[in-house]
Design a protein around this ligand. Structure first.
Ligand code: ZN
Length: 306
């Protein structure tokens, strides 16, 4: 049995928008974030601090962070790939950063042109910067390709755990596991998160799972069973894997909240307002396909919304 309360960390404005070719206007992003907060989401990854020439969708990150910081009680998160990004995030005032570090050497080289060992050093440099300049900053690492990699295929579980141990030793607060390419299955998810907890204890962090092959919710349930209490999800399943046509990428926030609330696991999120938050998302990205079974079917009779 898992936790009786879970934290749903909304990653749509980052993971979602970075995988859509078009840019959403700043005002639309802000209206979308407002609707997510109104639904009760208390942690939102609002974008990434990456060079605008690489990801023009994130060029307005400073303005989006400034807007999000206006919501009292909201934990404003951003993704940073390196120390420079972390410094920019601190300057913008984010509460927590997440750093992706690949468990697959091939993915690490292709994605950031650095080896895994170099990335562990980069994370240590970020932790040192926090000590010096931003002691209140939360620092999380998501171990990407933890369940498999499209470039190298299988990723050894021992490699994932060794990376997690090195990153925990480097001083980050939490190390989570990410199914970046949608290859995970529930048995693997349960096993790897159980091993992660025995390896790094309370520093074991979020599950970032995708729905590329329809196993998103099953994988979340397996992670919950293994003691995970923080789940990344994306409204409308925006983002994830553009190379799997017809499949949503990220786990759909609406479906994940429905699953947990129907089980009696508290999320603090109102499903009606969450479904309403699809309107500003679609307004900002007209014609972009979004997913979710719960919004299509509606809430069942007798379902008690938050
Ligand atoms: Zn993702």
């Amino acid at each position: 049995m898992g936790a009786s309360t879970v934290l749903i960390s909304e990653v749509g404005p980052r993971d979602g928008l970075q995988s859509v070719a078009r840019s959403m206007a700043t005002a639309d992003k802000c209206a979308w974030i407002d609707a997510l907060v109104a639904a009760g989401l208390s942690e939102i990854e609002v974008g990434s601090f990456v060079p605008a020439r690489l990801l023009p969708q994130m060029a307005d990150i400073d303005a989006v962070v400034a807007h999000a910081l206006g919501h009292p009680g909201l934990r404003v998160m951003a993704l940073v790939p390196n120390l420079r990004g972390a410094e920019a995030a601190v300057a913008a005032g984010v509460h927590k950063i997440t750093i992706p570090v690949s468990a697959s050497e091939a993915h690490s080289m292709a994605n950031v042109r650095r080896t895994r060992a170099q990335m562990v050093d980069e994370v240590a440099a970020i932790v040192y910067m926090r000590q010096q300049h931003a002691p209140q900053l939360g620092v999380e690492v998501g171990v990407s390709t933890a369940f498999g990699c499209t470039l190298q295929g299988r990723v050894a579980e021992d490699d994932v755990l060794r990376m997690a141990a090195q990153l925990a030793a480097a001083g980050v607060d939490e190390v989570g596991l990410s199914d970046t390419t949608g290859m995970a299955n529930p048995a693997q998810v349960r096993r790897l998160f159980t091993r992660l907890r025995s390896e790094i204890g309370a520093r074991a962090g979020a599950a970032h799972l995708h729905n590329t092959r329809g196993l998103g919710l099953a994988n979340c349930l397996a992670a919950w069973d293994a003691g995970v209490a923080t789940f990344d999800a994306s409204l409308g399943g925006l983002g994830g894997c553009p190379y799997a046509p017809g499949a949503s990428g990220n786990v759909v926030t609406e479906d994940l909240v429905f699953m947990f609330e129907a089980m009696g696991v508290r999320t603090g999120v109102s499903l009606e307002r969450l479904i309403a938050a699809r309107v500003p998302l679609q307004r900002g990205l007209p014609g972009e396909p979004i997913y979710g079974m719960t919004p299509e079917a509606g809430l069942p009779k007798g379902f008690r919304d938050v």
